[in-house]
Design a protein around this ligand. Structure first.
Ligand SMILES: CC(C)(COP(=O)(O)OP(=O)(O)OC[C@H]1O[C@@H](n2cnc3c(N)ncnc32)[C@H](O)[C@@H]1OP(=O)(O)O)[C@@H](O)C(=O)NCCC(=O)NCCS
Length: 188
């Protein structure tokens, strides 16, 4: 089996909402994907498993991860990247990050940024792998437990330095994880 990432549609909302609740059971205000999908700044992607034979045509499958970005002029803010607990450590979070970077490049962004819980070392490692560095702390950023948010940023995704490193990471990903498809255009 291989993985595909594509743009999220209205039809995906029930499955993504269910997944979101599974991944973030303690979230006081679950993500309102209905309203996110009508927000012109918001861009959501979903990941699913597909057979190699379906790679070029597949639009369907059980959703096992998602990513959300807000694109504001030249800045792409990663709202979330989340992977089904049963599918972790298989390269899916990394694929969703690659797809998010592709989207940011397609949308002519220059900078990518996000907040991540100070205790979430796993996610921080993922972002660090792709050149994000810590730029400061938002004190008590998370409402549920007043945990600090670490701000992570990569400044110039159009620079030769970033693009060379990114190209190598994508080659390494494909060698390690095999073929994967990213579809960034909406189906209709
Ligand atoms: C963070 C998350 C998306 C990672 O997804 P994943 O599919 O398990 O990650 P991948 O298998 O693609 O790993 C990619 C990289 O992430 C880092 N990573 C992932 N899991 C890790 C772990 N348990 N410990 C340390 N680093 C880890 C590594 O750098 C890894 O690269 P490597 O394979 O070269 O070591 C996933 O753990 C998740 O959904 N967590 C809950 C939601 C969340 O916290 N999202 C982040 C919000 S900002």
């Amino acid at each position: 089996m291989s993985y595909c990432v594509r743009v999220m549609t209205q039809d995906d909302i029930p499955a993504v909402s269910k997944l979101d609740r599974q991944i973030f059971p303690d979230m006081q205000m679950p993500t309102n994907f209905e309203s996110e999908l009508t927000n012109c700044m918001a861009h959501y992607l979903v990941a699913f498993e597909c057979g190699l034979a379906e790679l070029k045509s597949s639009w369907m499958g059980s959703i096992i991860g998602y990513a959300g970005l807000w694109i504001m002029v030249s800045e792409a803010h990663i709202v979330n990247i989340a992977v089904d607990c049963n599918y972790r450590r298989r390269g899916l979070g990394e694929l969703l990050l690659i797809a998010s970077i592709e989207l940011a490049l397609d949308m002519n962004c220059n900078m990518m940024t996000l907040e991540v819980r100070a205790s979430n070392v796993t996610a921080q490692r993922l972002y660090q792998k792709y050149g994000f560095t810590s730029r400061g702390i938002r004190k008590g950023y998370y409402n549920d437990n007043r945990e600090d948010g670490s701000i992570m940023t990569v400044d110039n995704i159009n620079s030769k330095t970033f693009k060379d490193a990114y190209k190598k990471l994508k080659v390494d990903y494909q060698k390690k994880r095999g073929a994967a498809e990213i579809i960034l255009t909406a189906p209709f």
